[in-house]
Design a protein around this ligand. Structure first.
Ligand code: AMP
Length: 408
């Protein structure tokens, strides 16, 4: 007889894409993985890989509602699908970007939670509205199961006030919620825990610096399993330079661009968000692969972009080691952190005084997989841990839905 395989669904709903994964309820296996792209734009696509079968379609997807319909059709597809009925889905986990100062951890979604998320829209005007659309659509589609929200900001809610209050008039913090929030928290939580497991040591004993180096970059200081400082602040600009975002700059520059060059606030925002970082300096690409290749071929601006990037990461490693009074583990993750031995080498060069020394052969081999890349016997462990935000969301969902006894 057909046995109902129970699964859980994770959803990451952005402004023009929906990504979803189906996990077994022990969260050890991904049963299906799919994406609806270019929602509301020309050239929309739906693609899915389920139980080893690929399925892709170009078709109009004018709204998020239709994107959900397409995803359901794919999941239930008799030939290419993964499940036979929506009832097989036991719980749903949602990636939620901004939990502000209201959500300290992942949470079961109720009508009250949705209201609070609406209240937080001004803090994340680009991200929270599509997250809310995803939550509404999925709750309408699967009303009988628990839905959980996992926030990008919540891991960093353990920062002390000296790390999150900005040196502005205090009223801005009290009245307008102006403070450091931090992002990529689900990734930092996953990789810092996984690093402790790989080292066979309890997270409660470790001082870890996480380098989440992707198109977006987050540096995080994690002491005893809790975030104590992080590089992204109120919006998603600050910290290390990113693919197209500037990272740390002197705010005085903004007034210079406004007054001297006559740029509008929108034009300045656009430059800092979309035309700066690796792209701005190299003048060719926001993709580290392209930049490394051109630097090897002698392009000096690409070399400079690579060096600036690694230098900024290195400075945060030093700052966070100082903030925590030491460092036991340095963890690289996300696109660049997982795949670029050259960037990792530049970051670690000269950090021997912090006990950070790479094993060059191990560093070179570690591409997109878990590895310990520090010199054996080195004082500070150096690791590559591929991030897996979906797995972390699925684990939280199982736990909060009361289903996760065997999840791991
Ligand atoms: P993410 O945002 O985590 O998907 O990371 C995306 C970035 O990772 C891309 O923009 C690339 O710059 C970088 N990346 C991916 N693969 C490599 C690689 N093999 N070498 C260097 N950088 C890479």
């Amino acid at each position: 007889m057909y046995k109902i395989p129970e699964v859980i669904l994770t959803i990451n709903c952005g402004s023009s894409t929906i990504k979803y994964q189906l996990f077994t309820t022990d969260v050890r296996e991904v049963v299906a993985k799919g994406m609806v792209s270019r929602i509301g734009e020309p050239g929309s696509t739906v693609e899915q890989e389920a139980r080893g079968r690929q399925f892709r379609q170009e078709r109009p997807v004018p709204s998020h509602h239709q994107a959900f319909e397409a995803a359901v059709e794919f999941l239930l597809h008799p030939e290419h699908g993964a499940i036979r009925a929506l009832e097989e889905i036991e719980a749903v986990g949602h990636r939620a970007v901004h939990g502000g100062d209201l959500f300290f951890e992942s949470t079961l979604i109720t009508d009250e939670v949705v209201e609070k998320l609406e209240e937080l829209v001004p803090l994340a005007p680009l991200h929270n509205p599509p997250n809310l659309v995803g939550i509404r659509e999925a709750r309408a589609l699967l009303p009988g199961v628990p839905h959980v929200a996992a926030f990008d900001t919540s891991f960093h809610q353990t920062m002390p006030p000296k790390a999150y209050v900005y040196p502005l008039p205090y009223d801005y913090y009290l009245k307008h919620r102006v403070r450091r929030y931090g992002f990529h928290g689900t990734s930092c939580r996953y990789v810092s825990r996984r690093a402790a497991e790989m080292l066979g040591r309890p997270a409660s004993e470790l001082k870890t610096v996480v380098c989440h180096l992707g198109n977006g970059v987050t540096m995080a200081a994690v002491r005893e399993g809790r975030s104590v400082d992080t590089s992204i602040g109120f919006a998603t600009f600050s910290g290390v330079m990113m693919g197209t975002r500037s990272g740390d700059i002197d705010p005085g520059l903004i007034f210079y661009l406004y007054r001297r060059l006559g740029m509008s606030p929108e034009a300045i925002e656009n430059v800092l968000y979309k035309e700066s970082g690796l792209l701005g300096v190299s003048g060719v690409s926001n993709d580290m692969r392209v930049i490394e290749e051109r630097a090897r071929a002698g392009d000096e601006r690409c070399r400079l972009a690579m060096e600036m990037f690694a230098y900024m990461v290195k400075k945060y490693v030093g700052a966070y080691a100082a903030a925590m009074g030491g460092i036991d583990a340095l963890v690289f993750t996300a696109g660049i952190g997982e795949n670029s031995p050259e960037s990792r080498g530049l970051v670690c060069a000269g950090l021997g005084f912090l006990g950070i020394e790479l094993d060059p052969a191990a560093n070179d081999l570690a591409r997109g997989r878990e590895a310990i890349i520090g010199r054996p016997g080195g004082r500070t462990a150096v690791l590559v841990v591929p991030t897996n935000e979906e797995k972390m969301i699925a684990l939280d969902t199982m736990r909060l839905a009361g289903l996760g006894k065997n999840a791991g």
